[in-house]
Ligand binder design. Structure first.
Ligand SMILES: [Zn+2]
Length: 352
């Protein structure tokens, strides 16, 4: 089930109003499935349009209902709630004098213009896809792009319950046996500006939304404007791999101002990734390169993300570079490679 992913507007959508016209926002108190508005009435299937802690734009309201657009949906996805439901499920919020929304579930305030950035991300993705399908682009380049762009744009999660399972639980049809784990707090796929969630299963069970998901892994999180920068950075890195065809580089540089010659390399081993290895027999495309975090405790922002070797990412093992450096120095000390003074000096340099 889609989590209201940014996508091309469905043709049946008619009720599109420009964001910020009402200038009013609210935040969802709970994750619940909602049917969105279409030309023919409500959508056939519900989606996770209302996610705990996520702000919505109040598109319009009258005496009977509110029409909302959630930050985690496409700008075209609107849904209605009646007044009673609005009062239960949502809390009205106002941006501060700097146009920032302060939200409990987010690590930093969100500028209201991030709602519009959703469209910019969407448009950018569309343009990229078009250009990478052009004739001048080789099969290998196209394949790398197609294999990887989705991973850059969306947050990947793990299995979570289907709508069917959710409703059967809510209706009381689904009975849980003792110790049975049901539901997952992380969406399988959703946009990167869902709330970052880092709680235990037991804490999840105690939330109002349970068993509906709450958000994405913190390391996957970034705002739409931040994602634009991360996309540019990661694409530019690919175009600067060793042996990337220079004619294609020049062509893409003409198309996209962000394309620049840079010195790029796997931050763990210091070697530049080799474009030609992408299709090699020894290293299948799934084993060669992956998106790596310099520090997995930091989110999906430009300065933290790079293409590294899968082997290197595995060696880093979910720890920050700093943490691995500290381990390395300690091992050197324990094995007599460095003395106590050298050990202390290196530790202090790493901890700067
Ligand atoms: Zn490497």
């Amino acid at each position: 089930m889609s989590g209201g992913r940014i996508g091309k507007p469905a043709q049946q959508i008619i009720t599109f109003t420009m964001a910020n016209q009402t200038g009013l926002y609210c935040v969802a108190n709970q994750t619940v499935p909602k049917y969105y508005n279409t030309k023919k009435g409500l959508s056939k299937n519900p989606e996770w349009l209302c996610i705990e802690g996520v702000p919505c734009i109040i598109i319009s309201n009258d005496e009977t209902k509110y029409t909302l657009n959630s930050f985690t949906s496409s700008v075209y996805r609107e849904f209605d709630v009646n007044v009673d439901e609005f009062n239960t499920l949502f809390t009205p919020i106002e941006p501060d004098a700097n146009n920032l929304l302060h939200l409990e579930k987010y690590p930093y305030p969100i500028n209201c213009n991030e709602f519009e950035y959703r469209t910019k991300v969407n448009d950018f993705e569309t343009i990229l896809k078009k250009v990478f399908r052009e004739k001048v682009i080789s099969e290998t380049t196209r394949k790398i792009f197609e294999d990887k762009i989705f991973q850059i744009i969306q947050a990947q999660g793990s299995q979570y319950i289907t709508m069917k399972d959710y409703f059967s639980f809510i209706n009381g049809e689904k009975k849980l046996s003792k110790h049975e784990r049901f539901g997952h707090e992380i969406f399988n796929r959703n946009c990167r500006w869902c709330p970052p969630i880092d709680i235990t299963y037991d804490e999840f069970v105690e939330t109002k939304s349970y068993p509906a998901p709450l958000g994405i892994r913190p390391k996957d999180f970034c705002l739409p404007s931040e994602l634009m920068e991360t996309i540019k950075e990661l694409i530019n890195q690919i175009l600067n791999f060793d042996n990337f065809p220079s004619d294609e580089f020049n062509y893409l540089k003409e198309k996209f101002p962000f394309v620049q010659k840079i010195n790029t390399f796997c931050k763990y081993c210091g070697e530049c990734l080799d474009y030609q290895e992408y299709n090699s027999e020894y290293k299948s495309s799934t084993n060669f390169m992956e998106i790596c975090h310099r520090d997995p405790n930091v989110n999906f922002i430009k300065t933290n993300m790079y293409w590294g070797h899968c082997d290197c990412n595995r060696k880093q093992g979910g720890y920050s570079e700093k943490s691995v450096m500290l381990d390395g120095v300690k091992l050197m000390f324990l094995n007599g490679v460095i003395n106590d003074d050298e050990y202390k000096l290196l530790i202090s340099k790493i901890n700067l």
